[in-house]
Design a protein around this ligand. Structure first.
Ligand code: UDX
Length: 427
């Protein structure tokens, strides 16, 4: 079993480190936030991720997992150094590498001989070779091992992955990293570092384009009287297309798709390639988010001015099963409504505090409270519990019983029977 340092205790670092400890490795996770480190050592997990808390407690108890402050404290005695640091976007969409460069500066001279640095975060193509130059250590290899962790399912995705991609310039380093995952039953693909880096960005950009495509088809369905759910089912039977990632929604978002597609576009620009298809998918997604907001405005009772209306929102997180609000489509749609001075009251099972920069949103503790005196209700995140609400009660609470279901979560007939005007997406 290997001595592993994981630098960064965010979603990726915590999942990676905790799961590697579960596989039997001796893992030290480092973060710069002292309070977070102290809480983690006491078994408190700062994020909502099913299964993570149990494995983290197991790791602390059996001694395989510990948390320290600062990258060098973790890296000093480790053979592998998993970099799981933030990669926020620069204003032009390219990846901000500040966290990576400072972590590398901190650890490069104290890395034990023959260490392997493993880039887990999503990084622009060419990063591994740049870092190799930065460290100036011939005995240290840099390997790219991108994560394919979907929030809300991250532990499962780590332990039962669709594939493990390892990009390395040295066969020996690749073999050593492969050995870390020997207890996981998965296809292992070994490539060069550039290809591994590009695989991650390409996967996310491709999925984002697939979603833009089905959202565009949803709009077309509305114009020609077809149902996008039937169309998605019909094309999904074709294994060349596949049935997943075909759920139309208010627009895609989250901590990865927007950032990664913008970064890939920048990579293409820098390489002198005009990646029109990807650029269009990004602008069409913005247009789709706006279209979703317009649907809500159009659903208001005739003559009701937007600035005098109250809109109830169900769902704030970027998808169900997470507490993450980063680049949430829901917040983007709400942003358009707030710009028009609508009053927005919102309920989300995972959010109970005011949202930074969006303090105008009134956060309620139940869906019924949010619906009180509302002129329209819109579902923006597909939490299952929204399907089980007492819609009779919601009907009574609202001023104008109209539901815009931007996730196609509810049964239109049921809602219509209860006296609602139901507006789905692409149906
Ligand atoms: C994604 C990738 O799936 C994961 O492999 C990668 O490592 C990180 O980025 P995540 O950001 O957790 O994971 O979210 P994901 O479940 O992929 O959803 C992204 C966005 O697409 C969300 O806004 C979601 O609501 C939307 N979506 C997804 C749809 O609108 N319809 C779908 O059918 C699927």
């Amino acid at each position: 079993m290997a001595d592993i340092a994981v630098i960064g205790a965010g979603y990726v670092g915590l999942t990676t480190g905790t799961c590697l400890a579960h596989l039997g490795h001796n893992v030290t996770i480092a973060d710069i936030d002292e309070i977070k480190v102290q809480e983690l050592n006491e078994g408190e997990v700062p994020i909502f991720e099913p299964g993570l808390s149990e494995l983290l407690t197991e790791g602390i108890k059996n001694g395989n997992l510990k948390f320290v402050v600062g990258a060098s404290s973790a890296s000093r005695n480790a053979a592998f150094h998993f970099l799981c640091l933030p990669t926020p976007p620069n204003p032009d969409g390219s990846t901000n590498m500040e966290y990576f460069h400072s972590a590398i500066e901190e650890i490069k001279d104290i890395l034990p001989p023959n260490s392997v640095i493993v880039n887990k975060s999503t990084l622009p193509v060419g990063t591994a070779s740049q870092l190799k130059k930065q460290i100036q250590r011939t005995d240290v290899e840099i390997v790219s091992n991108p994560e394919f962790l979907s929030e809300g399912n991250a532990v499962q995705d780590f332990l039962h992955p669709s594939r493990i991609v390892i990009g390395a310039e040295s066969q020996e380093a690749a073999t050593r990293v492969v050995a870390l995952f020997s207890d996981i039953d998965a296809t292992i693909q070994i490539t060069g570092t550039a290809s591994a880096e590009l695989i991650k960005h390409t996967a996310n950009a491709f999925l984002a384009m697939k979603l833009t495509f089905i959202n565009e088809i949803a709009t077309l369905c509305e114009l020609v009287g077809a149902n996008v759910l039937d169309v998605a089912e019909g094309i999904g039977y074709d294994p060349r297309i596949g049935s997943t990632y075909l759920q139309p929604g208010p627009g895609w978002g989250g901590s990865c798709f927007p950032k990664d597609s913008a970064s890939l576009l920048q990579t293409a620009n820098k390489a002198g390639f005009d990646f029109e298809l990807l650029e269009k998918a990004i602008t069409l997604n913005t247009a789709h988010l706006q279209r979703t907001a317009q649907k809500v405005i159009d659903a208001l009772p005739e003559g009701k001015e937007i600035e005098k209306s109250k809109i109830a929102v169900l769902g704030l997180t970027f998808k169900a099963g997470t507490d993450d609000l980063r680049s949430s489509p829901s917040l983007a749609v709400i942003g358009y409504l707030l710009d028009l001075n609508a009053h927005v009251s919102a309920y989300d099972p995972m959010v109970n505090l005011p949202i930074e920069d969006m303090s105008k949103i009134e956060i309620t503790s139940t869906a019924y409270e949010a619906a009180n005196n509302a002129d329209a209700l819109v579902i923006l995140t597909e939490w299952e519990e929204f399907a089980d609400l007492n819609y009779e009660r919601i009907h009574e609470a609202m001023c104008h019983p109209v539901v815009v279901d931007a996730r196609n979560l509810l049964n239109p007939q049921d809602l219509e029977q209860q006296g609602f005007q139901y507006i789905g997406l692409g149906q």
